[in-house]
Design a protein around this ligand. Sequence first.
Ligand code: KG4
Ligand code: ZN
Length: 385
Amino acid sequence: MPKAGLILGIESSCDETAAAVVRSGEELLSNAVASQFTAHQQYGGVVPELAAREHLRAIVPIVRQALAEAKVTLDDIDAIAVTQGPGLAGALLVGITYAKALAFAAGKPIIAVNHLEGHIHAVLLEERQRGNHQVNFPLLALVVSGGHTHLYLAAIQGDGWSYENIGRTRDDAAGEAFDKVAKLLALGYPGGPVIDMLAKHGNAQAVKFAPVQLKGKPRNISKKQPARSPDAYTFDFSYSGMKTSVLRYVETHGLQAGIDARRAALANISKPTLEDYLRLCNQQTLDLVASFQRGLVDDLIAKTLHAAQECEVATLFVTGGVAANSELRTSFEKRAAMEGVAVSFPSRKMSTDNAAMIAAAAYPKFLAEAFAEEEFSAEAGLVLR
Ligand code: KG4
Ligand code: ZN
């Protein structure tokens, strides 16, 4: 019978300050998230210094809220889990410093968690909540967020998990492409949810976006996998070209004046609604947005399913902020079913950054007593292995 670990998770890697309490990697007692949306909105992207300052402001109340909602005190907690990286160094440091202070004051062990492993465990946490404790390997996880577009082959190693990064973006992450295209078209920040909402009102076939196929040897592919031809496609992604294609379309189709007018109008609306956006976007813009989303989603699905087939995976997870995208979810489910692969997503709330995923990912480490050294610090470029 595994030990029941009551874990307080803390996450501050980017623009969400989050705290959560999870028991035994499966029972969610609370999941509190403070978004910095309004602080960064006017800049059209995350400003690192501002993010650190906002985390400082939010960290104490958010941890209190998570404990209160879980109806527990710090005394009841068995361990404190905190995101070590990857992410913004200053932002990570706020969470780590506060977690260390709490751990020291309350005499609790501390567990350092990789943010990307957290996204993978968001899916596992919810699968367990549904009573599904069986994970079939090999497992392939597509982690697709504002900072990452990574394919990991996961395996069980000892008490924990090990990961092989078999594909990643060579330039922009998928979420970054959503955000940059939204900024370019003056649709606000973060761009993913707005584009998701507006794409439903456009013709996705109106503009063609050709996928970028990168040839060569896939990175890190395990020797256990079948041999591939040297000129087969890799499982790497590339999305900066799509942003340039959108820009070219804007220039050649005279959309700039409409973009400037929209930017000016949106500056006076603090929380624009779908109706506001629809009033401020002509059909050509909606078609462009729908086509961009379709192109990106198709490419993510095609490359992931290609990797899933070559690696003969038994389970496929799709997670990270972009996994909240409606078209990605429906198309992925349809196409994976056609190819006989089972695909799991986190719920929308669990797709974007949160601390429940950090507390869940810490549980195997808690069982293995893999606690962090006192002097551990933030690692902006932490690699998942
Ligand atoms: O995982 P996350 O919250 O933070 C990072 O670790 O990056 O992901 C944030 C990213 C942003 O780029 C945001 O635009 C994107 O996820 N995103 C979406 C949607 N919701 C959030 N992208 C497309 N469709 C969505 N519905
Ligand atoms: Zn994330």
